[in-house]
Design a protein around this ligand. Structure first.
Ligand code: PLP
Length: 389
């Protein structure tokens, strides 16, 4: 067996090469570089896919989070409730606004333990930033109910969850990004739906947030009047990227289907291994997209080494909690950012988050992308089985 790659952008490129080249040629032949019809078309298709009114193309998921928090109204001095078990951008963008994150422990599904919201709430809290990790929604029924009762903004970090959905108590099925005031997506190349490089998208149903975000994604400028209304950054998604993403959008529903098939195959193949826990939660309200197929595995580091030696690429996200990064532990940097963030677990305020820490020692992501063959998935299963004997 050749190496089973963790992701494989070359394969996707080869499968649709002519369409990508045609889109590239079309855009450059028209000289359609920024803010052109390809971007508008992509934004409309994206909004419609998520079931929201507005989509605003930006240059990364990180930018989308900053823009979402700012445009929704998070201000310096506010507290924002989020998780520690996430990519650092979730937390950094809160700091970069001058607000303070409060990090909650996670539950069985690796997402925010929403039962901790009450405990974490402070008089300065204005927003919740849930993360839909690995392509599974956080429990948005409970979270939105809490946010409404307390009058809090909700900005979803949906970086990993385009297309993930949840059936609400009223029977309505809602997709990631459509629950809160705004939702931020990463379209980084290795995500379930990514461009050829860094891209992102902010979505919202709120006209005021959408207008503000459209100004703020380009230096605070109203493109119509050429007047500047906000201090901001240049966060625009390039038109060429939008055109390439439009090609990919044609295939995304079938790619999602394939991801679910692979997940089902892994699920079945790994089911009998008692040292492994697959992401099977027995809650049919949720439909996951498996951006990452993450298992909990005993002797995780040894398993990773064994898979490496047997040509299976894997990834550990993440081997240590975000609050142990140098920016929090180095006294010089730590002082600059106002000290270690407050951590909230089931036991109350703590120095460490037990569930988050446990995940850091247990999780490992297996290869997952639509082009992965059944044979390759079968080989991965065989090698995991072999390891545990
Ligand atoms: C949960 C989460 N939030 C935010 C981001 C940042 O997105 P980007 O890399 O597109 O800036 C990522 C990307 O890895 C992510 O996984």
């Amino acid at each position: 067996m050749q190496k089973v790659r963790f992701v494989n952008p070359q394969k996707q490129y080869q499968d649709h090469k002519d369409e990508f080249i045609a889109a590239f040629d079309d855009v450059l032949s028209r000289g359609a570089i920024v803010m052109q019809k390809d971007l508008t078309e992509f934004e409309e298709r994206f909004a419609s896919f998520c079931g929201v009114k507005h989509a605003i193309g930006v240059n990364s998921g990180t930018s989308a989070i900053w823009l979402g928090l700012r445009a929704a109204g998070v201000k310096p001095g506010d507290d924002v409730l989020t998780v520690a078990h996430t990519f650092i951008a979730t937390i950094s963008e809160i700091y970069l606004i001058g607000a303070q994150p409060i990090l909650l422990d996670v539950g069985y599904d690796y997402n925010m333990d929403v039962s901790l919201l009450e405990k974490a709430l402070t008089p300065k809290t204005t927003a919740i930033e849930p993360v839909h990790l690995n392509g599974r929604l956080c429990d948005m029924e409970m979270l939105m109910d809490f946010a409404k009762r307390k009058g809090l903004l909700v900005v979803e970090d949906a970086a990993q969850a385009l297309g993930a959905s949840m059936r609400m108590a009223d029977g309505m099925v809602k997709k990631a990004g459509s629950f809160g005031n705004a939702g931020a997506f990463s379209l980084y190349w290795a995500k379930a739906f990514g461009g050829w490089g860094n891209n992102g998208m902010l979505v919202t149903n709120d006209d005021t947030i959408a207008d503000k975000a459209r100004f703020m994604r380009y230096n605070g400028e109203d493109r119509q009047t050429r007047k500047f209304f906000y201090h901001s950054h240049n966060l625009l998604m390039d038109n060429l990227h939008a055109a390439l993403l439009n090609v990919k959008m044609n295939y995304f529903p079938q790619w999602l289907e394939r991801r679910r098939q692979i997940a089902a195959r892994y699920q079945e193949g790994l089911a009998g291994i008692k040292q492994v826990q697959t992401p099977q939660w027995n809650d049919d309200r949720f439909t996951d997209i498996y951006t990452n197929y993450v298992i909990k595995a005993q002797r995780r580091d040894e398993l990773k080494k064994y898979l490496d030696e047997n040509s299976v690429e894997t990834l550990i996200s993440w081997p240590s909690p975000t609050y142990d990064e140098p920016l929090f532990t180095d006294p010089k940097l730590n002082a600059e950012y106002g000290g270690k963030p407050r951590l909230v677990a089931v036991s109350g305020d703590t120095d460490t988050l037990p569930e988050t820490e446990k995940l850091c020692t247990e999780v490992i992501s297996l290869p997952m992308y639509p082009e992965l063959t059944d044979e390759e998935a079968g080989y991965v299963i065989e090698k995991v089985k072999e390891f545990y004997g």
